[in-house]
Design a protein around this ligand. Structure first.
Ligand code: PEP
Length: 246
């Protein structure tokens, strides 16, 4: 039985005061029956690490460099994130693929860099609306995941995968449970061919998950939790989704 994971993606939102209030409301709602994490902007990692230490809640970042160190102005290495005891780092979010021209290989390199520093990458895959309507969903997500599987080799079983249809992110348009489950099942089949640990791996759904649709999505056999954007900024909604998860 896989334990569900609910990971909040704060994106580029927050400030000292709002973050403290949000975390205090989430902490007040403990305990949770699922794993709960928040992925926060870099400048807040230190205070979030201090605030959540010993709470049972986990934290992470939203990206990391593929490079170990060096002249890469503006980049943050996985080793630096590890110093803040990050448990997770999101890699390959569609906003980064779209606005920062991240390639499948670049995402795979980041996932590898994260694992090398003991941080679990949450690897995002997902098709655009145009790709879905052209019947390319399966080919797109398989291609994206394949690059990461190839880069991680025998460690592939250590990543978390997040299926995030691009057309559902921040749009209020959510995939139906059947649509999501069918992609999750094919991702798990692809993982099964690559690692004996596929049955234990978490595959999250992300894209306009809210308290009112979380139960139908998370009751699907291959949906092991959620990567939550907008709803992770509202304590009541985030907590409600965590309650659904366990
Ligand atoms: C995300 O950014 O990963 C996400 C799923 O956003 P939202 O929940 O707002 O659609």
């Amino acid at each position: 039985m896989r334990r569900k994971l609910v990971a909040g993606n704060w994106k580029m939102h927050g400030n000292h005061r709002d973050n403290a209030e949000l975390l205090s409301d989430i902490m007040a709602a403990r305990p949770f029956g699922c794993e709960v994490s928040v992925c926060v902007p870099y400048p807040y990692l230190s205070e979030v690490a201090v605030g959540l230490a010993g709470s049972g809640l986990l934290w992470g970042a939203q990206d990391c460099s593929a490079h170990e160190r060096g002249a890469y102005t503006g980049e943050v290495s996985a080793a630096m994130l590890a110093e803040f005891r990050c448990r997770y780092v999101i890699v390959g979010h569609s906003e980064r693929r779209q606005y920062h021209a991240e390639t499948d290989q670049g995402v795979a390199d980041k996932a590898k860099a994260a694992l090398a520093c003991g941080i679990t990458p949450i690897v995002c895959v997902g098709e655009t609306l145009v790709q879905r309507e052209a019947g390319q969903t399966e080919a797109v997500v398989k291609r994206q995941l394949s690059a990461v599987i190839h880069a991680l080799g025998h460690c592939a079983g250590e990543m978390v995968v997040a299926y995030e249809p691009v057309w559902a992110i921040g749009t209020g348009r959510v995939a139906t449970p059947d649509q999501a489950q069918s992609v999750h099942a094919l991702l798990r089949a692809q993982l099964s061919a690559a690692t004996p640990h596929a049955g234990d791996m978490k595959i999250l759904y992300g894209g306009s998950m809210k308290p009112d649709n979380a139960a139908s999505l998370m009751s699907q056999p291959d949906i092991d939790g959620g990567l939550i954007g907008g709803a992770s900024l509202k304590a009541a909604d985030f907590v409600a989704i965590c309650r659904v998860a366990g």
